[in-house]
Ligand binder design. Structure first.
Ligand code: M6R
Length: 625
């Protein structure tokens, strides 16, 4: 390793915020690249660039700032037409955000053009080595060494592919590359190691992207490159080899996402649109899987491991962020409904634990993106220890979906807003179905009431959404608060954690989620007029206890905003503000209680003037540790 990474490098390495697009085919690549880059804008970036093979040479254009600046700069360039191109949105790591440091980068002869996501850890040594061999560099980036390294091997009269393989052998780190060799304009090269890259398969054209959302509207057929694979993409086909130069089979996966789902429509932000898709995503996740009259749950994705699942003695749920909180709800569901002891772990912690793995344990990874590095590492560890691994994943064909032995897709469609909202609801749906499925394996005969009510959840979500303006008014009242406490118990304890996470990431307000029963063990010391509490207190088996907690807050003059069940008059005596939700059964309450919290975070964030779709320092998928 070449010394320590600085803070900016670490942050970008951690979140892998850059975006890659590529095109080869019969169309002009420029508008395809620009639209692809726009679709990746949500990842966060500071500059953008493209390289297009046009009139027998590669032309590069870059700009600092938004993709639309680059697009405007290119408006009059009618000669910039070509059937092969690559594009990139950069989030600065090595070198400041500038036109020089923006990708694509090239070699001394301007033959090879590269865009890159990830970090090349040994770039300093490689740069020195290449400088000693006469290469001169234009930028401060780690990426530029890639083009020079390939050039260096080409000087040894090697063919391009051999030079590329030899260069890859010298590079250490995490990367996804899209590469053009201007002497071979019929091929677009794609390389992946620990940073996602997906090939979109079209008719007489193929696409490349770091995230399948950039391909929506172009093709639904995709090939996910695996770690250590190199794709040679022509307009007529795709050939994949591994780093040992062996051909590897490629599987085409069908994405079910459509263009409308990936556009904002009439909504000002993706986040709001996705919150408003709450009822639909529950329906999508239930479709074809639930027949309540017959008391039947069918999960095709688990059929192949059905026999093994019957023997499950313990469940381990591994996930991060919002998916982790969905997992905590899952813990209650699996224990209450399936009667299986369940533990939920932050995947980032689990990967470094000394876990005494027991036979008949099943590990479940939950991930919207299917690419979260920590969750992937955790599931790989479980697998290595002989544990059956299942996935609850939204992105079809993603790495976690592929690497788990079986699983259930959420079918929530693309989630573009960085803050996860609709994915949470679809995860709850799949977890509920799975809990029922496993309860049957465990011999329980009926969950009729639960399944009946589950079918009614979408309608109840719609009722809540129709009152969004009430939440907006309350957001106006609370928007200038510096701190917030979120309290809930049992199924609503994870919802309190999720509500606090949403507020933190979208509004940058310090918020803590707590189990209300724990309040007396510490947080009660903070209660005062300046600390509002968001209390999740629907009428259920534990609401009396929640009421006692709220009395304690009231006695200390703490403002209370309560989420409560319609018709509960008592709560109005206690709370300063109340948002009422329809009645449901306790295991399904999180479906309803989380919606006002998502809306609350959204409205406070927008009222404070923040870009809620792209919160600062965050990226949609955290693909590198
Ligand atoms: O794609 P995943 O579900 O694996 O992502 C996990 C977390 O990174 C994600 O939920 C993150 O916490 C979101 N920003 C939450 O809104």
């Amino acid at each position: 390793m070449s010394g320590k990474l600085n803070l900016m490098q670490k942050v970008a390495n951690l979140y892998n915020m850059c975006g890659i697009v590529g095109y080869i085919g019969e169309e002009n690549s420029l508008p395809i690249l620009i639209n692809g880059l726009k679709a990746l804008e949500y990842r966060g970036y500071d500059s953008a660039g493209i390289a297009i093979f046009s009139n027998n040479k590669v032309k590069v254009r870059k700009s600092v700032g938004e993709v639309k600046i680059l697009e405007n700069d290119l408006k009059d360039q009618t000669s910039l037409v070509g059937h092969l191109g690559i594009g990139h949105t950069r989030w600065a790591t090595h070198g400041a955000p500038s036109v020089i440091n923006a990708h694509p980068h090239s070699d001394c002869t301007r033959r090879i053009f590269v865009v890159h996501n990830g970090i090349i850890e040994n770039y300093k040594e490689l740069k020195k080595y290449l400088q000693n061999r006469g290469h001169s560099f234009l930028s401060n980036t780690d990426t530029e060494i890639v083009s020079h390294l390939i050039e260096d091997f080409l000087r040894e009269k090697k063919d391009f592919k051999t030079a590329l393989f030899d260069a890859l052998k010298m590079i250490k780190g995490a990367y996804a590359f899209a590469i053009i060799d201007s002497k071979n304009p019929d091929t677009l090269y794609a390389v992946r190691l620990s940073s996602p890259l997906v090939i979109g398969v079209g008719k007489h054209e193929n696409f490349l992207a770091s995230d399948p959302s950039a391909l929506i509207g172009k093709t639904k057929d995709v090939i996910y490159l695996k770690d250590g694979e190199i794709g040679e993409i022509t307009k007529g086909g795709v050939s994949i080899t591994n780093l040992r130069k062996q051909k590897t089979p490629s599987e085409i996966v069908r994405l079910e996402w459509d263009l409308e789902q990936a556009q904002k429509g009439n909504y000002p932000h993706f986040m709001l649109k996705e919150i408003f898709e709450g009822a639909e995503v529950v329906l999508y996740a239930l479709r074809g899987r639930l027949r309540s009259k017959e008391n039947l749950v069918k999960l095709g994705g688990l059929e192949q491991v059905a026999e093994k699942l019957k023997e499950t003695k313990r469940l381990l749920i591994l996930a991060c962020g919002t998916s982790y909180y969905a997992g905590l709800v899952g813990e209650y569901l699996f224990e209450e409904i399936s009667k299986i002891p369940t533990e939920v772990h932050f995947a980032s912690e689990f990967r470094y634990r000394e876990e005494p793995f027991e036979k008949k344990t099943v590990a479940i990874a939950i991930s919207q993106s299917g690419e979260t590095a920590d969750t992937l590492a955790a599931i790989r560890k479980a697998k290595k220890n002989g544990i059956l691994t299942l996935g609850i994943v939204n992105t079809v064909g993603s790495t976690i979906a592929r690497e788990t032995e079986a699983g259930v897709y959420n079918h929530a469609g693309p989630e573009i807003g960085v803050a996860s909202t609709k994915a949470f609801l679809s995860q709850l749906t799949v977890l509920t179905l799975m809990a029922v499925y496993l309860s049957k394996s465990n011999g329980k005969s009926s969950n009729h009431a639960l399944l009946y009510e589950l079918e009614r959840i979408p309608e109840k979500i719609r009722t809540i959404l129709s009152k969004a303006s009430e939440v907006e008014k309350l957001a106006e009242k609370y928007k200038n608060c510096d701190n917030f406490l979120f309290l809930g118990r049992r199924y609503n304890y994870p919802v309190a954690l999720e509500g606090a996470l949403k507020l933190k990431e979208i509004s940058y307000i310090h918020a803590e989620g707590y189990g209300a029963g724990e309040m007396k063990h510490g947080p009660i010391a903070m209660i005062c007029e300046k600390l509002p509490t968001m209390a999740i207190v629907p009428q259920n088996s534990i609401s009396e206890k929640m009421f006692s907690n709220l009395e304690e807050i009231k006695a200390r003059k703490g403002p209370i905003f309560a989420i409560a069940t319609e018709g509960d008059e008592g709560i109005e005596m206690l709370a300063d503000n109340v948002f009422f939700i329809p009645k449901t059964i306790e295991p399904l309450e999180p479906f309803l209680t989380v919606i006002p919290l998502q809306l609350f975070a959204y409205y406070i964030g927008t009222k404070r003037g923040f870009n809620v779709d792209k919160p600062r320092n965050l990226a949609k998928s955290v693909t590198v540790e």
